[in-house]
Ligand binder design. Sequence first.
Ligand SMILES: *Cc1c(COP(=O)(O)O)cnc(C)c1O
Length: 384
Amino acid sequence: MSKEQLKFNSKTIHGGQFPDKAYGAVMPPIYQTSTYAQSTPGGHKGYEYSRSANPTRSALENSLASIENGTYGLAFGSGLAAIDAVIKLLSPGDEVISTNDLYGGSYRIFKRIFENYGIVFHFVGMQDASAIAQYINKNTKLIWVETPTNPMMNIIDIKAVAALAQKNQVLLAVDNTFATPYLQLPLDLGADIVMHSATKYLGGHSDVVVGALVVKDKELADRLYFIQNASGAVCGPMDSFLVLRGIKTLHIRMQRHCENGRAVAEFLAKHPKIEKVYWPGFEDHPNHHIAKSQMKDFGGMISFVPKNGSYKEAIAIVERLQLFTLAESLGGVESLAGHPASMTHASIPAEEREKSGVVDALIRLSVGIEDHEDLIADLNQAIQ
Ligand SMILES: *Cc1c(COP(=O)(O)O)cnc(C)c1O
């Protein structure tokens, strides 16, 4: 049977995977090598230098392509290295329309690196996809979407944006880090490129920094592969192995992240000391209907604002947490809490931040896969 016809849970384990050719190892060996013996110049077995390709990385890249319903996967040394490769498809004068409420590091590479190379970025609220149209002109080459957004949990209608992108012959890239392919498949919804910080849910154990791209189109894959090899920000074999191992349990981890996310979101929403909870699973979330149509469930990322909360108050709450670890990052098995204004989003100017709702008192949770009763008890003592 073709492995590409498998359902998602089976694909996480088997998609693009084959026993190793040398000894039949079921998990791909960690090919910790830079180079490969050749019998005659150019006479090699498919691998010649590990920046260009490495068998452990190939196994991960095949898995990535399979779980995202793509054709080609590319693994990078970090999520930002993957973003870097996408923007290098562009030339000076080209324009990009990006979600306004996005990962701070994505904003930073766009503004502080690529604007210097003459690429123009428009940061746009995309909760209403039609708002994008007015920014499209003949120079527009790429639309960059993050959904759910970080940290405001806005939901963007991927299908609607894809229709707009296709009509105008503009590439659409979706940062699928928060949702993962367990919840949402951007390529099936019409995106051209899926990007991941595999550091987060795909790796799932807070032990690597890895990035990924997945595409369907061969020509686009070739251009990205050229950039990956020419710029060189590849993922090493040990990290490839770890992410591949993480992906094999992605579906069961995500299921629990979603269950716990719901329990924690509902607890916070009922708490008298909480002003506002951002989680796309609530029926009164402005784009709940879109989340429901494009996602299988609502994930384990939640942001909230305490009542009459201040910068100081938010910091006091995250400092009192005991089971939730105060840390950057997300998507690991353990629950983490963060204060975007001083941590992940500190590189975004305060006015820009507040415009998109990232107020000083906002706290972001990555709900892990512990027992939710323990997580709720910890939050309760920290908020009281
Ligand atoms: C972490 C993250 C990135 C950047 O990925 P790194 O692996 O840290 O380089 C990009 N987008 C989102 C949504 C992220 O959470």
